[in-house]
Design a protein around this ligand. Structure first.
Ligand SMILES: NC(=O)c1ccc[n+]([C@@H]2O[C@H](COP(=O)([O-])OP(=O)(O)OC[C@H]3O[C@@H](n4cnc5c(N)ncnc54)[C@H](OP(=O)(O)O)[C@@H]3O)[C@@H](O)[C@H]2O)c1
Length: 282
């Protein structure tokens, strides 16, 4: 098995989740998914049975100003990876996003619900999904949401939890959005769920997020409650943060495909925070 983006927050936890089979982890510094020749060499040298791709250009604001970069990494490179995996009879497992949906609902999205991405990021990630489907049926697409892990997001350099705790420790007042609902997800839980699904060899699209959903404000409130930190926290709206990108205002994901396989849902989002804080303290 090869894991692309192995030093990222999800990639690192996937390396741990598959540790017993000693996956080969590829970091950006030594493997660039945008180079077709690098993909060819990787498949020839490593002869993987499965390639998991976590690499992405996922700074949502930068994707708006650099849609060419978003499409190069999130769509065209994925097309090339899928084509070469198909030709080599290799299974592709690819990580996608809740931002493929427009958020115009109040019910968790099923895997089969129509995608209507609003942002350049979401459009490029959905294009990646479609391009996989044109190349191969031997693929998994895992849509996840609001990731945080102990390694931190390499794109952002921090997680929401760390930013909240640092700002509270500095005594800063915190205004957090209370009109956007999603499923914050702990990368260790997501990695374990991805492993369970891959082992079934039942290809397709899966939603892998912690169970339940909350607003960013409720997420922050729960972080402070569990960390036993008194914070000066107040509610605000998405509109109060000027942004280039349009984001779904509701993006909880239902886990129908996991349940159809008889696999358990991921733990509740509050349990994700609990285990993250425990791992961080350790
Ligand atoms: N973070 C979220 O909240 C979130 C939510 C929903 C879905 N997702 C999806 O989940 C996946 C993993 O996200 P994450 O938060 O774990 O991201 P991450 O921490 O930024 O990790 C991504 C990894 O991919 C590497 N990478 C970037 N461009 C590459 C390229 N051209 N070739 C090879 N490697 C490259 C990065 O390396 P460098 O940092 O060295 O460039 C990084 O190690 C992504 O597909 C993302 O779209 C994320």
């Amino acid at each position: 098995m090869v894991i692309v983006g192995a030093s990222g927050q999800l990639g690192g936890d996937l390396m741990d989740a598959f540790a017993d089979i000693a996956p080969i982890g590829l970091e950006h510094s030594t493997f660039d998914i945008e180079q077709p020749a690098a993909i060819t060499t990787m498949l020839l040298r490593q002869k993987p049975d499965v390639v998991i791709n976590t690499a992405a250009f996922h700074n949502v604001e930068l994707c708006e100003t650099h849609p060419d970069r978003a499409f190069a990494i999130n769509a065209l490179a994925v097309d090339q990876l899928a084509a070469q995996c198909a030709a080599a009879n290799v299974t592709l497992a690819h990580v996608s996003t809740d931002y493929v949906f427009d958020g115009d609902t109040s019910q968790p999205y099923a895997e089969s619900d129509p995608a209507r991405p609003l942002s350049a990021y979401g459009i490029s990630k959905y294009a990646g999904e479609l391009l996989i489907a044109r190349n191969t049926s031997r693929a998994f697409v895992f849509r996840t949401s609001g990731l945080y892990g102990t390694r931190g997001s390499s794109a952002k350099g921090y997680t929401f939890i760390e930013r909240m705790l640092a700002q509270a420790a500095a005594g800063k007042p915190l205004r957090v959005v209370d009109d956007v609902t999603f499923s914050p997800s702990y990368t260790r839980h997501v990695a374990v769920a991805i492993r369970r699904v891959i082992q079934t060899e039942r290809y397709g699209t899966y939603h892998v997020t912690n169970a339940g959903a909350c607003t960013w404000y409720a997420f922050a409130q729960e972080i402070f409650r569990q960390a036993n930190v008194a914070a000066d926290l107040s509610r605000t709206t998405q509109a109060s943060f000027p942004s280039l990108a349009r984001r779904p205002r509701y993006s909880a994901l239902a886990h129908n495909a996991l349940l159809r396989l008889g696999l358990p849902e991921l733990p509740d989002w509050r349990q994700g925070i609990r285990e993250y804080l425990g791992a961080r303290a350790a």
